[in-house]
Design a protein around this ligand. Structure first.
Ligand SMILES: [Zn+2]
Length: 300
């Protein structure tokens, strides 16, 4: 089953070069504020899609368990070091286009700075829909092509692509910006109701970031986030959506982690726990379990 190309952060020092030393404290802190505003008060099982090195994971303290999913195994290894080993965090290396979870498993999911790398955003979002419970919360961040800078550049002829069209723009290979209306349409088509929209990083301007103290920019941004309900012209947008399909009820979450999974190739569940791998009794594929990471990218 062919899936779209994946932007792979394997062996990347992204956490250090982009976040820790990349002058992005402002963006990181504004995301923390948005997450606080949008996250459900508590929950049982949260899926963090594109978790990377676990930068945001500690911002979900009121969830009983969290599955960190990333395509890059080395990112998850960094997350293990950062978060320590506990039963609360479960690490899964997998392709967002073929999620290895049984339907309706999670009561919440987040996808932050990950849609940005999806060549087939609709396909990835439909996978999220499948694994969420009816009534489940989905917090999605995306890069906004309709941002003020892109609009100005387009209007003065310094940028060829139009920020006003609904098509995603791939400005660097496997880096996509989306139109807010297109994202809204996709979510609605999949059965989500959008409850809130926040805009972020209003002051992502190099000069401002250099001369204005970060705390002040973060505070100002937190005041402006609410305007996302009216218009979205900032480079980053957060949406909180609720899955409206199906009957809302308290779904039992299995105690045994193995029963969360299905075979990403044939869809069969449950998988058989062979300690060093999980085996699909239907298609016979084996999925590696090593160093506390369940690996569903390629069968062994
Ligand atoms: Zn199978």
């Amino acid at each position: 089953m062919p899936t779209p190309p994946v932007c792979n952060y394997e062996d990347s020092d992204y956490q250090i070069s982009f976040w820790d030393e990349g002058g992005r404290e402002y963006e990181d802190r504004t995301e923390a504020i948005a997450l606080k505003r949008l996250l459900p008060k508590s929950g049982r099982l949260l899926l963090e899609l594109g978790a990377g090195a676990g930068r945001n994971t500690t911002r979900y303290p009121d969830f009983e368990r969290i599955i960190l999913l990333d395509y890059a195994r080395t990112q998850l290894e960094q997350a293990q070091v950062r978060l320590g080993k506990s039963d609360k965090c479960i690490y899964v290396a997998a392709d967002a286009y073929r999620l290895p979870f049984v339907d309706g498993l999670f009561d919440a999911a987040t996808m932050i700075r990950a849609l940005h790398h999806m060549a087939d955003a609709q396909k990835a979002l439909s996978q999220v829909r499948n694994v969420l419970q009816p009534g489940g919360a989905f917090i999605l961040e995306f890069a906004n092509k309709l941002n003020l800078k892109a609009i100005l550049r387009y209007l003065v002829g310094r940028q060829k692509w139009s920020p006003f069209t609904l098509q995603p723009v791939e400005f660097v290979k496997l880096n996509f910006d989306f139109h807010p209306k297109a994202v809204r349409n996709w979510l609605k088509q999949l059965g989500f109701e959008i409850e809130r929209t926040l805009t972020l990083s209003h002051f992502r301007v190099g000069l401002l970031k250099r001369i204005v103290p970060t705390g002040i920019l973060v505070f100002l941004d937190s005041l402006f986030q609410w305007t996302g309900a009216l218009w979205q012209l900032s480079p980053s947008v957060f949406m909180k959506a609720k899955l409206e399909i199906g009957e809302q009820r308290l779904v039992e979450i299995p105690a045994n982690v193995i029963s969360f999974f299905k075979c990403p190739d044939c869809g069969h569940s449950p998988l058989v726990d062979k300690k060093e791998y999980l085996e699909c009794s239907s298609c016979k594929k084996k999925w590696e379990v090593r160093g506390g990471i369940y690996d569903f990218r390629e069968a062994i």
